[in-house]
Design a protein around this ligand. Structure first.
Ligand code: PSU
Ligand code: MN
Length: 299
């Protein structure tokens, strides 16, 4: 893998580093907002005391810490593959470009020695997963790879209860940041009460350290609710989600295309409002992730 110089130096000197994924750029948001957001997320991480490492695969080579030019290319280029764990060997062998999902980004972050990873929302169990088995490989990865993922909970397009059950089975600690309700991406109120409420980046860092020192392998999920002022109206977003799910069903969308299709359709149905919320919540996660990374280096 190619680790950029700044990231390499930081890791060597125990400076805080935060990993970022590239599927959110290539498949999660439209151009040019995707690129603007990715660069703004990096800036936010720097402003909060850490070094960003956006991860993606170029010509079969994993890049840990993409340049702004590479981020621009990821945002523009057509036909970049969405890469999860199962896709990695194929993309490596065939020297392809790959946008890494949460699962693939966790793998590469762990290999590079990065413990904190910021995204918008992790994948989970889709509604109806009892029948379709459509459960994101992100959950599997959280069960085994030593990276803490900061996300705005789990996207409301999913089945949140089912997702939390699976995380429990896989032994993944879920920490709810400053809220006793599980964050559901576009709003703060899923109605699901959380047991583990954490109130500071330091508290989270201490849990990461305790996990590491006690050899408890696997990831961790920090659910960081979207700020109230950026949250969407519950009825508006739920209406759009219901409609998007129906459209996906009618169009016969399957497999890895489901999540990008739903995100894109919801943006269209809300006249772009859901995209604005999505951007705000990622920036909010970047702030928290950088602070956790910083605390972790000081413990
Ligand atoms: N959440 C977002 N935007 C995204 C994704 C999640 O707000 O683009 C991406 C992430 O890369 C996540 C992936 O890992 O969707 C999950 O896809 P699937 O459901 O196919 O596992
Ligand atoms: Mn899926």
């Amino acid at each position: 893998m190619k680790v950029n110089k700044e990231v390499l130096e930081a890791l060597k000197n125990n400076k805080p580093v935060v990993a970022l994924e590239s599927t959110i750029i290539s498949h999660g948001m439209p151009y040019p907002k995707n690129v603007q957001t990715a660069l703004l997320v990096e800036k936010t991480i720097r402003e909060n005391g850490a070094i960003p490492a956006t991860i993606g695969i170029i010509d079969g080579e994993p890049i840990i810490g993409m340049s702004p030019e590479e981020i621009e290319e990821f945002g523009k280029r057509k036909g970049i593959r969405k890469v999860s764990r199962r896709d990695l060997p194929i993309v490596y062998a065939n020297k392809l470009w790959g946008a890494t999902t949460v699962a693939a980004t966790m793998i590469l972050a762990a290999q590079a020695g990065i413990e904190i990873f910021v995204t918008g929302g992790v994948g989970g169990a889709h509604r109806g997963a009892q029948e379709t088995f459509d459960i994101s490989a992100d959950l599997e990865e959280l069960g085994k790879t030593n990276v803490t993922v900061v996300s705005a909970g789990v996207k409301a397009i999913l089945d949140l209860n089912l997702t939390l059950e699976i995380l429990e089975t896989k032994g993944v600690p879920v920490l709810s940041y400053q809220s006793d309700e599980f964050a559901d991406f576009y709003t703060r109120h899923s109605g699901i009460k959380m047991e583990n409420v954490v109130n500071s980046p330091k508290e989270i860092a201490q849990i990461i350290k305790a996990k590491r020192e006690n050899h408890l392998d696997g990831g961790m999920l920090v659910a960081n609710p979207i700020p109230e002022e950026d949250a969407m109206d519950v009825d508006v977003i739920n209406g759009a989600i219901e409609k998007a799910l129906k459209m996906a069903d009618e169009a016969g969308v399957k497999g890895k295309d489901v999540t990008p299709f739903l995100l894109k359709t919801i943006v269209e149905l809300t006249g772009g409002d859901s995209l604005e919320s999505n951007i705000k919540l990622v920036l909010n996660n970047a702030k928290l992730g950088a602070k956790i990374a910083k605390e972790l280096t000081q413990l």
